[in-house]
Design a protein around this ligand. Sequence first.
Ligand code: ZN
Length: 247
Amino acid sequence: MSASTSQGGENNSAVVLFSGGQDSTTCLAWALQRFDSVETVGFDYRQRHRIELEARPRILERLRGEFPQWSEELGEDHVIDLGVLGALSETALTRDVAIAMSGTGLPNTFVPGRNLVFLTFAAALAYRRGARHLVAGVCETDYSGYPDCRDATIKAMQQALDLGMDADFVIHTPLMRIDKAGTWGLARQIGGDAFVELIREETHTCYEGARGTRHDWGYGCGSCPACQLRAKGYALFDTAFQPDHNV
Ligand code: ZN
């Protein structure tokens, strides 16, 4: 019994890869707007900072409490233990080393194959839960060139999962072609100012795990690559997307 045949052709259930960051939180709202039933999955791979994982339940609680239009669709949350991935990866996100460019031309924040592993486990979960749709906040526009975030990789992964699980999954990547300003804009379009405020207050992006200072774009050190992307995107969004600035 595959995910596609278990509920016929009308399967409108989704599993969202939900890390607690800005991108996956935006993707979660995107999914809640589209699907009848949405479950979330996060991965504990011994991240150097636990802040993202700790943000997840707060975000889910606020979505349930403050966005009644989504509370019925928002289902169970799952956290999968992938400590083995952290043990395998000698990178800046799982070890206490500085973020730098490595000899391969990728920043050492890159955990080799991380998204492939995440998608495989998310698909296994979706199969069990009878969900056809997977939603991932990967993006090839505004990132550091991670090869497992590219559209070609995701399409190949969908094919591999469909063949390997005899399923008919659809992997959705709503952020694939937009930049960070576009991600802020999408959040506003889906959930209005209240949702943008939830993202600013609760989601975590900073590679350094800093939450001491609240900037207009949220919390973070302000200088790591992730904070810089988020801040730059917010500044662009703030001038270009806010209604009072529209021309
Ligand atoms: Zn930072």
